[in-house]
Design a protein around this ligand. Sequence first.
Ligand SMILES: *Cc1c(COP(=O)(O)O)cnc(C)c1O
Length: 377
Amino acid sequence: MKKRIYMASPTMHGEEQEYVQQAFDTNWIAPLGPNVNNFEKEMEEYTGISYCTALSAGTAALHLAMKNLNIQEGDVVICPSLTFSATANPVVYENGKLVFVDSEPDTWNMSPAALRRALEKYPTAKAVVLAHLYGTPAKIYEIMEICNEYDVPLIEDAAESLGATYDQKQTGNFGLMSAFSFNGNKIITTSSGGMLASANEDYIKHATFLATQAREPVRHYEHKEIGYNYRMSNITAGIGRGQLIHLNEHIQRKKEIYFTYKKAFEEICEIRMNPYEEKIAEPNFWLSCITIDKNCGVKPIDIIESLEKENIESRPIWKPLHLQPVFKDCEFFSHYDDGRKSISEDIFDRGLCLPSDIKNTEADMQLIIEIIRKVFE
Ligand SMILES: *Cc1c(COP(=O)(O)O)cnc(C)c1O
């Protein structure tokens, strides 16, 4: 069997193991410990966000953001439809009412036009959750402006966008709180893990408290709130510290991959790369994605299957959440108000994610491009 070419798999460098070894040498296997404290500090320095708390998953970070906002049964929370289900699930954990909004075509992220219509109908929504899909910043300023108008808090799901910038500021700096993920396929990984970040120390303190079983600071295990076991371990944080050193290298290599595809596909007029706002945004290029022209006869599945035959991994775009059986009763606001097919559905129908693993060689890239080229012949 040929070696498998991945979309995005972990890339370790060596420092990860040194930090883990330190944890073993000092028996800081648990609880928490210096790697956790330092990983938080190093994330604060890297992102420029004042306070971070290290958690067991990005999903846990989003959940604690909902807890901090005190989302109650029936409270409306507005989410993008085109994202991973983990963006929306924490709303359901708190029995909130999910309202989905469409994407816009320039970044594939939350459509300001659709958001405005959602807020016109639900002006007392308790939160807007925004995602920076595939590492591409959303139209943050437009969305912030609308959120300010309606005085609704904005949460950034930056799980896929660590290191991406908007107007020279790291994603995660724009919301009241933001969530990062270090899951196995993300731009850096701790095998699994996440981080909640905020400029507001109280939110991070309360999240840390809830993440450690809501133990009151007294000796005898006193509880006034329901807590969770959501903290990151000192072993896991060691991997994170070693990875963070190499984040900028990962981004550089992801960017090279994106532009290698972009250049190659200039000759295939049916293909477009996932777009971004070049004037103000610098993505982290986590995944390179394409859409295929509607009328050319080639479907994403044709490319996915051709690549799979050569043991190369590729995947469909996230299936829009408003089309998911589990969310079928949720309301959806389209980018268009004239009954045209929604942007998220269109991207899902015509798009796919290409292998974007930073260990892929130049030869791997040329093989992938050649296979795709052949599909269009
Ligand atoms: C990965 C991801 C999450 C969840 O992060 P986990 O660490 O896997 O819990 C949330 N939102 C988006 C958009 C993601 O891609």
